[in-house]
Design a protein around this ligand. Structure first.
Ligand SMILES: [Zn+2]
Length: 142
């Protein structure tokens, strides 16, 4: 199997989209040069390359929610279209389908978590930049 070649994300992409793509690739959403995780779903608290505090973002149940949503729509719903599912015994169907769906969900979870963490990181950067922007003086209508 050929190794996937890393494609650089163009700078013309919006900062939010760029951070989500980097997270989807399981890279740091800020710089994209270092791995996002130190183990299966453990986020590195601080990026060793750029110093971004990726560990402060709490994805919580959002990653599992979106993973189940995607697996349900991409795997389970099309699986029900095959007639063999309805003709085979329930035990055989569950013995094959449940591990397959579980593996797909567990395999996709780090990617989805990375994308959500990238979204949170981009939102946090935008909020911090907005807070640093000098306030305009109040106008006559305020
Ligand atoms: Zn980084």
């Amino acid at each position: 199997m050929a190794a996937m070649e890393e494609q650089p994300i163009p700078d013309s992409a919006s900062p939010t989209w760029r951070a989500m793509k980097r997270g989807l690739r399981m890279r740091c959403p800020s710089c994209g040069s270092t791995p996002l995780y130190r183990s299966y779903l453990k986020v590195q608290p601080v990026c060793p390359s750029c110093g971004a505090a990726n560990g402060e973002f709490r994805v919580d149940d959002a990653a599992s929610y979106f993973t189940v949503l995607i697996v349900g729509h991409v795997v389970v719903a099309p699986m029900l279209a095959f007639e063999v599912i309805w003709d085979a015994s329930l035990v055989l169907t569950l013995a094959i389908a449940l591990p397959a769906v579980g593996l797909v969900a567990l395999g996709g979870l780090p990617f989805i978590k990375g994308a959500i963490l990238g979204l949170m990181s981009a939102h946090d950067r935008r909020a911090r930049a907005e807070a640093m922007r000098p306030k305009s003086p109040p106008g006559p209508w305020s």
